[in-house]
Write a protein that binds this ligand. Structure first.
Ligand SMILES: [Zn+2]
Length: 296
């Protein structure tokens, strides 16, 4: 079992029935601890569409993502998949005439709902879950943003995408003054935008300092407007900070990395401005082509 994702036995959350009763509302208790079911169309998440993560209400175990949520028409929140299989336990349930599969949280054993085999492709599964057993955490609340420019954005995106704790990446253009630039505009060098990568990360799994360290190591920050064969202002090295904390960390990290180098670092540390997402074919470009690097 994966140490990062899975639930180790030592992580198991065990509380007495009395404790659960005190912590939960009567409805939440009845559903999660006594295998109850809320009436359809009464829960708060059945038609809820915001982007984020659904945790087990009782213990915070991250079980479902909005990415696999779909409208099943049943009046219960429905998901085609779990975030990872170790998050839940599937238990045969004979309580009705037909055999059903109960879905429980692997960390605290909370009853969540049932799984059926009539879901959408590719999983074919429908996790039919009680809203009252879930706690939704929006992407904006949970994850933080970091933005960097370090040469050709294909390779920079691929490098950040491999870091544990990075939730998603996007390539785009930032740092210039041209509104809504295309790749063609940026390549012309007239927009003063740099090829940039926006990283959404989970601060509980990876720190901003770790991302900075990766940033320094993935490119040469001493060559002005140049990375290897790529030359132009769009390839300059920039840390776009989103708040004072990131700015301070960036300056500190630059000083530390500078101490290891003979040549001066030319990386700009500037406040994040509008990030123009690049055309879809540039997103996860190397991943789509099964290559690791821009250098062929
Ligand atoms: Zn739980």
């Amino acid at each position: 079992m994966s140490q990062k994702e899975g639930v180790k036995m030592s992580d198991k959350l065990i509380r007495s029935d009395k404790e659960w009763k005190e912590l939960l509302t009567p409805l939440q208790y009845k559903i999660t601890r006594k295998k109850g079911t809320e009436r359809s169309f009464t829960g708060k998440y059945h038609s809820f569409k915001a982007e984020g993560i659904y945790q087990c209400l009782c213990c915070g175990n991250e079980i479902f993502s909005s990415e696999t949520k779909f409208d099943s028409g049943t009046g219960w929140p429905s998901f085609a998949d779990v975030i990872s299989p170790e998050k839940i336990e599937k238990i045969p349930d004979h309580s009705l005439l037909s055999l059903r599969t109960e879905v429980a949280c692997s960390r605290c054993d909370a009853h969540l709902g049932h799984a059926f085999n009539d879901g959408p492709k590719p999983t074919g599964l429908r996790y039919c879950i009680n809203s009252a057993a879930l706690k939704f955490v929006s992407k904006a609340e949970k994850y933080k943003k970091a933005t960097f420019a370090a040469g050709c954005f294909w390779g920079v995106e691929a490098a950040f995408g491999k870091i544990e704790g990075v939730i998603s990446t996007a390539v785009g253009y930032s740092g210039g003054d041209f509104v809504d630039p295309t790749y063609h505009d940026v390549c012309s060098g007239k927009t003063s935008h740099a090829e940039a990568v926006e990283v959404l990360y989970d601060p509980e799994k990876v720190t901003y300092e770790k991302l900075l360290e990766a940033f320094w190591n993935m490119h040469d920050p001493t060559t002005p407007n140049r990375q290897g064969p790529d030359f132009g202002t769009q390839y300059r090295s920039i840390i776009f900070f989103h708040n004072d904390e990131q700015q301070n960390s960036a300056i500190k990290s630059k000083d530390e990395f500078q101490a290891k180098l003979n040549k001066p670092i030319v990386t700009e540390i500037i406040e994040a401005a509008t990030f123009y997402k690049a055309e879809e074919y540039h997103q996860r470009y190397l991943e789509k082509r099964g290559t690791q690097s821009c250098r062929f």
